[in-house]
Write a protein that binds this ligand. Sequence first.
Ligand code: DGL
Length: 271
Amino acid sequence: MAAIGIFDSGYGGLTVFKSIRAFMPSYDYIYLGDNARAPYGNRSFDVVYEYTLECVHWFFEQGCPLVILACNTASAKALRTIQQQYLPTLEGNKRVLGVIRPTAEVIGSYTKTGHIGILGTKGTVSSQSYLMEIEKFFPKVQLFQMACPLLVPLIENKEYNSVAANYFVKKYIDELFQQSDKIDTILLACTHYPLLIEKIKKAAPHDVQVIAQGDIVAHSLQDYLQRHPEIETQISQYGNLDFYTTDDAHDFNEHATIFFGESITAKQLHL
Ligand code: DGL
């Protein structure tokens, strides 16, 4: 089996996987959530790189020709080094893609005011990856970033419906709009945040659109596979889904459903 590998620090990548699967149900997929070491958002470049590389290496051992980092933090902090330093050392045609570039390619077309707010982890925001990538495609758009360091820990700890989640969403949105009251588009630049999308919409002015990345990334992947038959023809198409977590599988199964939209059975992986 040569499945497409989908990786996240925890549950968040399932929000992207859900869209990818809906767009392309015939392929085989393996999902890995590194829940035991999540969140990645506050960790250093070196540590995020080390953890991500270890997981990417595992996907390749499973025979995956293509791995999607369905995690903005890993895409911001590890992807480039993996592409430039690790992949060239491997035999065969292997690819690792992230979620920042496909989002940057289209996000500027959503705004009318030219002011976009970006919510992400501390790591994603401080890497400036979105500013650099969006600038290439939409140089006139003004970007306002807001690091939301407490949202992933709240979500990973299943506190997304809590009063604390309401409080922190409102605090981060208020601080974002203090930077510009012309923002008409908010990008959820963390794959965990779609779980809080209703709270985020409620905390923002009512005419502001809130964009999750799932469909954007899925559409871009579909396009990529059409343009790269040398990768596409390596991927098996039996519609199989396999789920792994580095933490307790029972716990993962219980909560993954909320992110993925259907019940799943994961296995625990000891890296
Ligand atoms: N889903 C990851 C992202 O998109 C969350 C990172 C974390 O583990 O803090 O950034």
